[in-house]
Design a protein around this ligand. Structure first.
Ligand SMILES: *Cc1c(COP(=O)(O)O)cnc(C)c1O
Length: 495
């Protein structure tokens, strides 16, 4: 097994090269050229294992040039002591056949922790193999959750520097505080005037600028990415879809006809991981792609035309406020049977005109695999309230979008097989909106709302959020889109 670029699959890379580099030289994304095929014997072996054991079993295949000792070191380091009750991905059953896969029990209370607790280990191990002593500089564009999860993961990791850009008006107050108060000697945080797409485009531009790369090399540094364009972010996400299948098998769920998975989607990384799990043998029936008012993916799944030329909406589910879903590129590579030329042409069209359209045959494939739906903020709030009233289950704004769209799917299709809904953040990360949904009371401070939410619902405030109450703000810079590069150089003390 090797890694190839979605835009040029003629040259091959190892896992360490793909992870250390983050993005391929010509701007494509690294993908494995083959996938393992998990059979009943594999699942029989996986079921009795804990999450770490399952992760080792699955990731061994993708980390093709890592030794067993290195894989053990990475996974033990990432998943020991950092998640509530040593359970990175527990399942809560709601009603008869809805299973909420809770992916927010890590240090930053969002699903990004599942990958970003592991990525620093993968990256530093990869860099040792490939980068002969160079310092790795991690650049991150975030719509809120990736930034904090990456900062937490890379905090004081030797031989790394990390710089996070977030849209100044596009993240929740809690997300902003989480990032601006980050501790560590090697961490840098900067707000930009613009939205997430501006941040992501700016970071991609810096990454692929040869003059900038040369300047870094002079200082014995090289860039990598902690965004889900890095394969080291995606591989760990496949694990929890394999793991939830094992959990459902173990608890006797009837999976004769497989199960459906609903994912609240932004950059298409999480749902792509579910697709890969399906490809590897996890019996997922439909992949239900849930969007908020930024419903570019809903339209794409419906029409085969991807069109980012539309108004950008700032919503109460900010981590999904995205019009350019980077990882769709990897999905296109699958849908076009590894045709790198076509993928390159579609991406070129996207960057030049903001639009691309897939062939009729590919559209059919999309519709056999995916179902897409969206809902606005009002429906999101109503869903949070409904979940709390009907099931006594408190969910965050992103998860609520998924629950709402799953409901739309069942109504439209009558498909009642067991369902897994990816729950991507703790409700306490978005306490203001969640409180609006479940009560008519409000305080005038973020932490007042956090405490009120806990009192009213009888749920516990996650420790990492409670600890922010008296945190000191360290980062206050805001730059324009054109100021991103100098912000990076300043942080690295170059020039
Ligand atoms: C990042 C994020 C998403 C979107 O996930 P993608 O992998 O980018 O599609 C959804 N919900 C939350 C809470 C997130 O942090």
């Amino acid at each position: 097994m090797n890694y190839v670029s979605t835009r040029d699959n003629s040259s091959k890379a190892t896992a360490a090269q793909a992870i250390a580099q983050g993005i391929s030289a010509e701007g494509g994304l690294f993908v494995p050229d083959t996938f393992p095929n998990l059979k009943k014997e594999d699942f029989d072996k996986l079921i009795p294992l804990d999450y770490k054991g399952r992760a080792k079993y699955v990731l061994k295949y993708f980390l093709n040039d890592f030794t067993d000792e290195e894989i053990d070191y990475c996974i033990e380091g990432a998943y020991t002591g950092s998640f509530d009750n040593e359970q990175p991905a527990p399942v809560s059953r709601i009603g008869e056949n809805i299973n909420i896969l809770e992916l927010w029990h890590g240090p930053t209370c969002a699903f990004k922790d599942l990958a970003l607790q592991l990525l620093p280990y993968l990256l530093t191990t990869s860099a040792k193999k490939t980068a002969d002593g160079k310092k790795t500089v991690i650049l991150v564009a975030t719509s809120g959750d990736t930034g904090k999860a990456a900062l937490e993961g890379f905090c004081d990791v030797p031989d790394t520097e990390i710089m996070v850009f977030y849209p100044s008006d596009g993240v929740s107050p809690m997300q902003k505080l989480q990032m601006d108060s980050q501790k560590g000697e090697n961490v840098h945080v900067c707000a930009i005037k613009g939205n997430f797409d501006d941040a992501q485009t700016g970071v991609k531009k810096i990454f692929t600028d040869n003059a900038v790369k040369a300047e870094l090399l002079k200082h014995n540094m090289q860039f990598s990415s902690a965004n889900s364009i890095n394969w080291g972010r995606l591989a760990p996400q496949i694990v929890y879809y394999v793991s939830v299948y094992c959990d459902l098998l173990a608890n006797g769920t009837d999976l004769t006809n497989g199960f459906n998975v609903t994912v609240p989607t932004g950059n298409f990384g999480n749902i792509l991981a579910a697709y890969y799990a399906k490809k590897m043998g996890v019996p997922i029936n439909k992949l239900i792609c849930a969007s908020n008012a930024n419903n570019v993916l809903t339209d794409f799944i419906k029409t085969g035309k991807y069109d980012r030329n539309r108004a950008f909406h700032t919503t109460i589910s900010p981590s999904m406020d995205i019009l350019i879903s980077s990882n769709l590129e990897r999905m296109l590579y699958e849908l076009y049977d590894c045709d790198d030329k076509t993928v390159a042409a579609l991406q070129d069209s996207l960057s030049k005109t903001g639009v691309f359209e897939v062939s009729g045959a590919v559209k059919e494939k999309i519709n056999s695999l995916f179902w897409g739906g969206c809902c606005d903020d009002k429906a999101t709030l109503a869903t949070i309230s409904g979940m709390e009233k009907q099931y006594g289950y408190l969910c965050d704004t992103h998860t609520a979008v998924a629950v709402n769209v799953y409901g739309q799917y069942v109504k439209a299709t009558g498909d009642n097989r067991p369902a897994v809904i990816a729950s991507t953040a703790s409700p306490y990360k978005f306490a203001d909106s969640v409180l609006t949904a479940v009560s008519d009371k409000k305080t005038d401070s973020e932490f007042g709302n956090v405490e009120l939410l806990s009192q009213l619902t009888g749920t516990e405030i996650p420790k990492p959020i409670a600890a922010l109450k008296n945190a000191e703000v360290r980062f206050k810079d805001i730059v324009g889109k054109d100021g991103m590069l100098s912000a990076v150089f300043n942080a690295l003390k170059i020039k």
